[in-house]
Design a binder for this molecule. Structure first.
Ligand code: CA
Length: 735
């Protein structure tokens, strides 16, 4: 039973979605490489004076890592060769810095002229001397800690943009902040939110180009409406805003594209929940066409039967939208998952390249979104060129290349009964970066097979009405009883697996595939030194031969990783850097087998060089013994209610079945002192300074008591098993 529950927990993590539809649009004219925007009038910065031309020509200064994906192409493939197949065995830790947190780390470091800029938890920014690791400055935007309640996947941040002498950070609470790159001093900040009462968050890295900074947001699971805003990089003045889904139909359209989109939403009251379509990760500037690609997220709620009961594709959910960088006017779009029903976001990294396709050189973009198909799309026209599966897919059989639409598999329709579906909501690929090796014609993808059992919400099934709950996730699938669904259907559950794949986007074949010990691993860096670097869930930073996948070097970081490595070179010395600490969208899965569970989820910045001899302190074992419990005197019915409440309000962070993955406190380990103030914590926000907000707007005192009883019962069961009592009756309230 324990194995089953553990396996179930692994799968549960998932929660996101997408489908596809393609539409012809006039092709914009290719542009010359843009000139740099006018030099800023602000005082001359001493470091980091970056403009468009410098990023476009990033290959002329391969020692820097100037932008999120290194260049505007976002290929994350470095031309550096000092570290290579022959000598990577001599790579060693050069320096490391503790970041003072055990929450998740997702950021890509940016390295400019000897300074490294990173974003960490709570949207904090650090600047380090890239050679010595000495901190130059740090900045804390003082995000209100209770805001973490609206972060589906922890208080992570995927990085800063450095541009025109400024460092830009999107703060969790929706602010976009400009700092002086040399000093970290605040230059300006703007509120990007259209409604601060809505549960918006920002975890994505801003992108900067054409004198503007582009930023989106997250929050679709809770219920928001997605959009992207461009701000003047110097002043913070708003330049344009593009909404990704239509709003309240009783109000005017904000821009003409919303009229087009509104025709594809039918029935329902999606605007009450928000509709979704958040652009929480990928926003890529293309200097060839002066356009910006927006990777659009899943629907809110997930289920189309509730969101748009009359059918329709629900534009621009799960689509890549190309908009003019100067005006925000749409040039074309391609919808990967029309009528998204599975949390299949198309927010995953978008990489730009020129490649020969069917005998013709094409300017293409590539994306491996959650839905499991790898897309190659013409950047000028939006024409779909390829859509091969890169992981196990059961929701669709294939993409019809004539229509550009996926062909859904009716056998896994979950409108009538729960169904295991691959990919699940954490996707066949999530935000963890891929690396594009144009010369080899391969993309190195951190892929996974991770199913979820999707079933319509019991409330909707019984009443035909779905009520928006502003204080919780609004998915439309059954979530409160998710443990029960998992257990009832455990026999049919596909295994969760993780891979690193060298994938050919034109043929759909993999040159090599490495199966990893766990499914939730880190982003990928490829180099001209013939190497592919990736950190994994077991705490290993591994370098492989990019031609074969053969492991050439590994370093035990002692902490699970999900962030992408980067590389840079200063004074002839090449470095590799990575952040450690897992979490993110995997929090819900809880106690899966990662090293962060056993050694703690220490947030660190590690930097390696050939001959590096620095050593990490010996890891300490986390005491995960569960204290003896004072069980509440309640029956199974109340425990079942407690579990349902726990799944609805707590499990997304604290983990399914009361088991945490290490980044967030495990409630089974609570001390008697914490038990004594459980209600105050839940209802009054006693620990709000740690990010545990008050829930008294949605939970009554008796609800808190039921959750508490459930947590104690779960702790008791797991304690008994740990003590060797395998035969105790378990999860009786689910029977
Ligand atoms: Ca989502």
């Amino acid at each position: 039973m324990r194995t089953v529950i553990l396996a179930i927990a692994v799968i549960l993590v998932a929660i996101l979605a997408y489908v596809l539809y393609w539409r012809e649009a006039p092709a914009p004219e290719p542009m010359e490489t843009p000139e740099a925007p006018a030099a800023p009038a602000a005082p001359e910065p001493t470091i980091g004076l970056i403009d468009d031309a410098r990023i476009v020509n990033a290959d002329s200064e391969p020692g820097n890592w100037l932008a999120h994906g290194r260049t505007y192409d976002e290929q994350r493939f470095s031309p550096l060769t000092s570290i290579n197949r022959e000598n990577v065995g001599e790579l060693g830790l050069q320096w490391y810095r503790d970041l003072g947190t055990n929450r998740g780390q997702e950021a890509t470091p940016i390295i400019v002229d000897g300074t490294m800029f990173i974003a960490s938890t709570w949207s904090r920014v650090h600047a380090f001397d890239a050679v010595t690791g000495e901190e130059v400055w740090s900045y804390d935007p003082q995000v209100p800690r209770a805001w973490s309640r609206w972060a589906c996947c922890d208080v992570v941040n995927r990085g800063v943009a450095v541009y025109g002498g400024r460092v830009y950070i999107g703060a969790l609470d929706g602010r976009l902040i400009a700092l002086d790159a040399a000093t970290g001093a605040l230059v300006w900040e703007v509120d990007t939110l259209i409604d601060r009462e809505r549960p918006y968050t920002i975890t994505g890295a801003p992108r900067a180009a054409r004198g503007k900074v582009f930023i989106g947001n997250g929050g679709a699971e809770y219920g928001v409406r997605g959009y992207v805003t461009a701000y003047d990089a110097e002043t913070g003045e708003q330049a344009w805003r593009f909404f990704t889904v239509p709003g309240d139909p009783s109000l005017p359209f904000e821009h003409p594209e919303m009229e087009l989109a509104a025709d594809t939403w039918k029935g329902g009251e999606w605007w009450e929940i928000g509709g979704g379509g958040t652009v929480w990760n990928s926003i890529v500037y293309d200097p060839d066409f002066n356009q910006v690609y927006l990777g659009v997220g899943n629907g809110a709620p997930w289920t189309r039967a509730i969101r748009s009961p009359g059918g329709g594709d629900n534009l621009f959910l799960a689509a890549i939208v190309a908009v003019d960088a100067d005006t925000g006017v749409m040039n074309w779009y391609y919808q990967t998952t029309p009528g998204d029903n599975w949390d299949y976001t198309a927010v995953q990294d978008i990489a730009l390249a020129e490649m020969e396709v069917d005998g013709e050189m094409r300017k293409v973009l590539m994306q491996a979104p959650k839905n499991g198909f790898f897309y190659v799309i013409d950047r000028g026209s939006g024409d779909l060129l390829r859509a091969h599966p890169f992981a196990t897919i059961t929701w669709a059989t294939h993409v019809d290349m004539e229509t550009g639409r996926p062909v859904e598999n009716p056998e896994v329709d979950y409108s009538e009964k729960p169904q295991w579906i691959l990919p699940g909501p954490i996707g066949a690929h999530n935000w963890q970066a891929m690396s594009v090796d144009v010369e080899a014609g391969l993309v190195y993808i951190p892929a996974q097979d991770n199913p979820l059992i999707y079933g319509m919400s019991q409330e909707w099934q019984e009443t035909g009405v779905y009520k928006h709950n502003p204080g919780a996730w609004n998915l439309g699938i059954e979530f409160g009883r998710i443990s029960q669904l998992l257990i009832e259907n455990a026999a049919d559950q596909p295994a969760a697996k993780g891979y690193l794949k060298a994938f050919d986007p034109l043929t759909g074949e993999s040159a090599w595939t490495v199966e990893l010990p766990h499914y939730w691993n880190g982003g990928v860096l490829g180099t001209a030194g013939g190497l592919v670097f990736q950190g994994d869930a077991q705490g290993m930073l591994i370098a492989r031969d990019k031609a074969t996948g053969e492991e050439l070097w590994r370093f035990n970081a002692q902490v699970s990783m999900m962030a992408p490595p980067v590389t840079y070179q200063i004074d002839g010395v090449q470095y590799v850097s990575i952040l450690t600490g897992t979490g993110g969208g995997e929090l819900f899965a809880g106690e899966t087998n990662t090293v962060s569970l056993t050694h703690g989820n220490l947030g660190r910045l590690l930097t390696f060089a050939l001959g590096g001899t620095e050593e990490l302190p010996p890891p300490t074992a986390v005491d995960r013994s569960i204290p003896e419990q004072q069980l509440a005197d309640v029956g199974d019915a109340e425990l079942a209610q407690g579990e349902r409440l726990y799944n609805s309000y707590c499990a997304v962070c604290h983990g399914v079945l009361g088991r945490s993955g290490g980044a967030i406190p495990d409630l089974r380990l609570m001390t008697p002192e914490i038990h004594a103030i459980f209600d105050q914590i839940v209802l009054e926000g006693t620990l709000a300074a740690n990010g545990m907000a008050a829930f008294d707007d949605v939970l009554a005192p008796e609800d808190s008591g039921r959750i508490h009883a459930f947590v104690r019962a779960r702790a008791h069961e797991d304690r008994e098993v740990a003590l060797g009592n395998q035969d105790i009756p378990r999860l009786t309230w689910l029977q």
